[in-house]
Design a protein around this ligand. Structure first.
Ligand code: GZL
Ligand code: ZN
Length: 331
């Protein structure tokens, strides 16, 4: 039975506080668009992984379905590009701004500018470390610490099988996500917390592969040259795990057997590798945030109170569960 973590926080929405949505048109209908439509500016991280692609599609499709005019930018993984995009949305006087902060730090100034311009901001997917939570309406995204804990807990529960070389130690190499990104920091933290329960499990090497397939492959190649007795790879996302599979196979080893692999995301290619036995366990991270984002945007502009944190529903998959789930997966 897949571990079901229904984390959706569904605080009851209080009555409208009468906040006028900025950009109300003369006839009182909302939204800055010339046809009274809500205009949303979305500053996306980039296109680094299968997860990101699915996330972008979900946001674009949901805006379309909700009748929200979407201005969309891809920052190619650079914070300065996201900040520039947010500033341009402020200039264009959009009704609401949403973005997925590529890293946790360095957002206060631009969020202050949005606040001063009276434009509400919704964080999606990744968090910021700003102390001042008045700078954004809510954070819609996963509990990354829990994702790391679920990955670590599977390893604790399967330590005997995971000690592939039978030396009594479960040696783990870790492929970290983008340095400074909330999912990378928190998944690493959660994983370390969970494996502390079993002293025979140790992370012997850890390096960022920047959430990309190529990054995962290159770092795994270097680990295979520098580390003795690798039993397990913990990759912070499927794409780096898939890159690690390429490196492991190039070294003449069998991924999933000679070296166990645990990843996070559960995008299609990851789930296929899991079903094929090349990955051993995947913790899901749901990229389909579009529908909830558009609902939250409407609620904010209707002046309704919304929860300050909305956690997405997620589960985990073993190889058997992946075989079962694959046919119905949307991404
Ligand atoms: C997690 C998201 C991460 C994914 C990666 O919510 O920010 O970024 O796990 C993606 O695949 O690149
Ligand atoms: Zn071992």
């Amino acid at each position: 039975m897949a571990i079901k973590t229904v984390g959706a926080v569904a605080a009851l929405l209080m009555g409208a506080t009468g906040l006028a949505a900025c950009g109300d048109s003369a006839d009182g209908s909302e939204g800055g668009g010339d046809d009274g439509k809500i205009v949303m500016g979305f500053a996306q991280v980039g296109a680094e992984s299968g997860w990101r692609t699915a996330n972008t599609e979900s946001i674009k499709e949901s805006a379309e379905e909700a009748g929200i005019e979407l201005k969309f930018s891809d920052a190619q993984g650079k914070q300065e590009n996201q900040i520039t995009a947010i500033r341009s949305y402020i200039q264009q006087k959009v009704d609401i701004i949403a973005f997925s902060p590529v890293v946790e730090t360095g957002w206060d100034a631009v969020l202050q500018e949005a606040k001063a311009a009276g434009i509400p901001v919704i964080l999606t997917d990744r968090a910021v470390d700003s102390e001042d939570t008045s700078l954004y309406e809510t954070f819609l995204g996963s509990d990354f610490v829990k994702e790391g804990q679920d990955a670590g807990q599977w390893l604790v529960d399967n330590a005997a099988e995971a000690d592939v070389d039978g030396d009594g130690d479960v040696n783990v190499v870790q492929l970290e996500g983008t340095t400074g990104a909330a999912p990378a920091i928190d998944r690493g933290e959660g994983f370390a917390e969970a494996i502390a329960a079993d002293p025979s499990i140790e992370v012997t090497a850890s390096q960022t592969g920047d959430f990309t397939r190529d990054g995962g492959k290159q770092v795994m190649e270097s680990f295979l040259n520098s580390e003795e007795g690798i039993d397990v790879v913990f990759a912070h996302n499927d794409d780096m795990g898939l890159g690690a599979i390429e490196a492991i196979e190039a070294a003449g080893l069998e991924p999933g057997k000679d070296i166990k692999i645990i990843t996070v995301d559960a995008v299609h290619d990851g789930m296929q590798a899991l079903a094929d036995g090349k990955i051993n366990f995947i913790v899901e991270c749901n990229p389909l945030l579009g529908p909830q984002l558009m609902d939250l945007a409407q609620q904010v502009l209707d002046g309704e109170d919304i929860p300050e944190r909305v956690v997405t529903e997620e589960t985990t998959f073993t190889q058997e569960q992946a075989i079962e789930a694959l046919p119905d997966r949307k991404y």
